[in-house]
Ligand binder design. Structure first.
Ligand code: 4AD
Ligand code: MG
Length: 465
């Protein structure tokens, strides 16, 4: 007999004569004449109430159906007489597939998030993490849907790479050299030509440079894959391995880029609001009381746009004392970003035109800047509660200006010969951005720590599972 998911059984429009449910016991309550079992199979937040009558031949098995055990139940789906649920299942056969030892760690509610991280192999069976990972799955689907509906092509950019796209120097090295005894060149340095790929290679920090190649051929493309950063940041918003979505659009400028970013974020929120209503309700009850109001508010209003120079003025006039002082030319720190979006504008803000010196080499120089006030066509989308969720820019499409940018950042043109070629053969204005998938997931769920929206988080010092 075909198994029915609890989700479909709960949505049934009428009683069903025989139904087969399989899942894990959440709770069991024994009365004199029967036992109540709440069975959850992860298909949705709610479980199905199963009633096993004491006169049933299989009733002896109920004793072994502890919290955490896996069970298989065949029976009738009937309207529930008790409150709290529309349907329940009256068991006809009942079997325990796998008992759970009595030290099963998810017995009671109220475990701390820290403890649950230590049992990352069991936490998906809790209400909270079941909901987080169902939303994660749906969010990934919505990402593809958004771009596919708009004629964007999905490009798989490489994970092992020789080029540092962000120039931030926080890459993980990939090597098969014997670290205890590496091959040396004549002058005693490690001979990278002997390494697996014949050169120094790393895990990618971004698929952007390769995505640009494809945008200059297929016009509209996006990547969606894992990226790796070896920065030693211990914050609730940084992971060493995270997923990024990077659209790249030919014949597009910074305005078009900001419009696309705003449409994208709103589309994702709307989709999750509709498709994951039950899970979001749970988050708004137990994780973040303001979640639904905030998401609806974000959907209704256009995002504010504010130049970096204006942002610095706002911060200087805020009357706040900052841990990191504000000065034109410095990067905005998290405290500044949070102030802009949470206190000053009280809505998502796109900050654009940042100082050239603090941004990546590939960003397009703004024409006609005053000396000492050179900017590039960069943009960051900041949202309340998190800060930056998107970073993007219009790219420098002019060969001479791009070379100047590389010189400014001390990059060797030789390593970027193919990137420079794009500016030699049919160069076009183009722009793109990167959305941190986990940061977006934090935003739609209200979950405050990035470690709790990743199945098995990689952060400095942690790679257990
Ligand atoms: O601002 P970033 O570094 O931009 C880029 O990598 C560009 N190449 C994107 C592009 O234009 N195609 O990163 C983009 C986004 C950030 O806004 C943030 O949401 C996320 O990626 N991000 C991280 N998420 C989790 N942990 C980290 N360590 C992250 N670093 C960046
Ligand atoms: Mg950034």
């Amino acid at each position: 007999m075909q198994r029915t998911l609890v989700k479909d059984a709960l949505n049934s429009t009428g009683p069903i004569d025989t139904i087969l449910l399989q899942g894990w016991v959440r709770t069991r309550r024994d009365a004199k004449a029967f036992s109540f079992i709440e069975l959850n199979d992860g298909s949705c937040l709610k479980g199905m109430q199963v009633i096993v009558d004491a006169t049933l031949p299989d009733y002896a098995a109920v004793n072994r159906a502890n919290t955490g055990a896996s069970v298989s139940v065949r029976g009738k789906l009937v309207e529930s007489k008790g409150g709290g649920q529309k349907w329940e299942v009256i068991a006809e056969t009942f079997a325990v597939l796998g008992e759970a030892d009595t030290d099963y760690p998810l017995q009671k509610k109220g475990h701390t998030m820290e403890f649950l991280r230590e049992i990352a192999h069991l936490r998906p069976r809790s209400n909270l993490f079941g909901a987080v990972f169902r939303v994660r799955s749906r969010l990934a689907y919505a990402v593809h849907q958004f771009f596919q509906e708009r004629n964007f092509h999905y490009v798989h950019t490489p994970i092992v790479t020789a080029s540092d796209a962000e120039g931030a120097g926080d890459m993980f090295r990939v090597t098969t050299l014997d670290l205890a005894n590496p091959p040396k060149t004549e002058n005693g340095e490690i001979d990278n030509a002997e390494d697996f790929f014949g050169k120094k290679t790393f895990l990618t920090v971004s698929g952007q440079l390769e995505a640009e190649i494809f945008a200059c051929a297929l016009s509209n493309v996006y990547t969606f894959g894992p990226t790796f950063r070896a920065e030693n940041s211990h914050t609730s918003r940084h992971a060493s391995e995270f997923w990024m979505i990077e659209p790249e659009v030919a014949f597009c400028d910074l305005q078009g880029d900001m419009d696309l970013a705003e449409d994208f974020v709103k589309y994702l929120i709307r989709d999750i609001r509709e498709q994951c209503a039950g899970d979001l309700e749970f988050f708004s009850k137990f994780v973040d009381k303001d979640l639904l109001t905030r998401l609806d508010f974000v959907l209704e209003k256009p995002f504010v746009r504010c130049s970096y120079t204006e942002a610095v003025e706002i911060l200087e006039q805020s009357g706040k004392t900052w841990e990191h002082p504000v000065a034109w030319g410095d990067n905005l720190q998290s405290e500044h970003e949070r102030y802009l979006t949470e206190e000053h504008f009280k809505c998502p803000v796109t900050v654009y035109n940042y100082p050239r010196a603090i941004k990546a080499f590939y960003m397009r120089q703004t024409d006609g800047c005053a000396p000492g006030r050179e900017t590039v066509a960069a943009m960051d989308l900041l949202v309340p509660g998190i800060g930056e969720i998107i970073g993007g820019s219009q790219r420098e499409e002019r060969l001479d200006k791009l070379k100047a940018g590389m010189a400014l950042h001390h990059l060797d043109e030789k390593n970027y010969w193919w990137y420079l070629d794009l500016r030699r053969y049919g160069s076009v204005p183009h722009a793109g951005f990167g959305l941190g998938f986990e940061r977006m997931l934090m935003f739609v769920t209200g979950v405050a720590n990035i470690r709790d929206v990743i199945p098995f988080a990689r952060t400095p010092g942690t790679a257990e599972f």
